[in-house]
Design a protein. Structure first.
Length: 107
């Protein structure tokens, strides 16, 4: 919140991303609940087996979210590169020429 007690406005893309993430989580939770309920009413799995299935599905969902975040990070890096201009050289790693280093041929 700002000094006037109002929350700062979010961009439409931020709001869209938030809603999509929330809907994805709700859908995942609904699917897991349905699967566990279905499995619980069959005698094929023990409670431990049901827990293992839930943990596995939760891990898959976490990996999927991580992949989405990596994609967003890559896009941000590409956007920053585009803003800097593709013709500019990177200050971090400039290639060295062998002729720049002193030679040991005088010995």
């Amino acid at each position: 919140m700002n000094a006037q007690g109002q929350e700062p406005k979010q961009s439409p893309s931020d709001t869209t991303a938030f809603v999509q993430n929330l809907l994805q989580q709700m859908l995942f939770n609904a699917l897991v609940t349905e699967m566990i309920t279905t499995i619980a009413f069959t005698d094929h799995f023990s409670p431990h087996g049901i827990l293992c299935i839930y943990v596995s599905l939760n891990a898959i969902n976490s990996l999927d979210e991580m992949g989405c975040r990596i994609d967003e990070l890559e896009q941000s890096v590409n956007d920053l590169k585009a803003e800097m201009g593709e013709g500019s050289s990177s200050p971090v790693s400039a290639p060295k020429n062998e002729s720049d280093e002193p030679s040991d041929e005088s010995a």
